[in-house]
Design a protein around this ligand. Structure first.
Ligand code: DHB
Ligand code: MG
Length: 219
């Protein structure tokens, strides 16, 4: 199978199952115009998270790493009327763009964006209710810390999804010693034997290449 086939398949899936409406397209163009990095989820990846939120019946979602609010919009749209997304972003510029994007999507009521270091914010959120669904997509070097704080904010049955756990297949290469690959590789191995959860890696192929989600259910 060629990369060309995989790219065509991603387009095919998007066309039939992950249509972007005008609001989502405008979120992307606003993000691009503001100079944000083009590293948000693909439509098909975002649709999968959207469905997981709905199937799970999640009412309280935490997202680590808002960027321009593209994934946040797909997540918040899956929530019921009284649902809430709390999303964390360290970059003030991205946070400002995301606030505009959530407002344009009519989601300002449902979404609370907290600007600042995610670990510090998560410390402050401890004891303020649990989350049904957590999406971790922040700095890869901090994944183990995000995961441990998340474990203190969830309940049995909660779902945790981590983005970028395959990294073009680089997680297979233990000779790569840089912190981003190393921390993700270590966490992948850790969660696989973590008695508190059951989990599976879901490889994804998008226009940005091979990557994957780690889907984790709290026991
Ligand atoms: C990067 C971060 C992401 O969350 C992603 O999905 C792709 C790339 C990065 O920091 O390079
Ligand atoms: Mg990501």
């Amino acid at each position: 199978m060629t990369e060309e086939t995989l790219l065509a398949l991603d387009s095919y899936i998007q066309k039939h199952y992950a249509h972007e409406d005008r609001v989502l397209r405008e979120i992307l163009s606003r993000s691009e115009a503001a100079g944000l990095r083009n590293i948000q989820l693909s439509p098909a990846q975002a649709k999968l998270l959207h469905l997981l939120v709905k199937v799970h019946g999640a009412k309280r979602i935490l997202e680590v790493g808002t960027l321009g609010g593209y994934s946040g919009t797909w997540l918040a749209r899956a929530l019921p009327e009284d649902g809430k997304l709390i999303t964390l972003e360290i970059d003030p510029h991205a946070a400002q763009v995301a606030r505009e994007n959530f407002a344009a999507a009519g989601l300002s009521e449902k979404v609370q964006l907290i600007e600042g270091d995610a670990i510090q914010t998560m410390k402050g959120l401890l004891g303020q209710g649990t989350f049904d669904f957590v999406f971790i997509d922040g700095h890869k070097s901090q994944y183990p810390e995000y995961y441990e704080f998340t474990m203190r904010m969830v309940r049995p049955g909660s779902l945790i999804v981590l983005d970028n756990v395959v990294q073009q297949g680089k997680v297979l290469d233990s000779s790569l010693r840089d912190i981003h690959h190393r921390k993700v590789r270590e966490l992948n191995a850790f969660i696989g034997v973590d008695p508190r959860v059951e989990a599976i890696m879901v490889p994804t192929f998008t226009a940005k290449g091979l990557d994957g989600f780690l889907v984790v259910r709290v026991k």
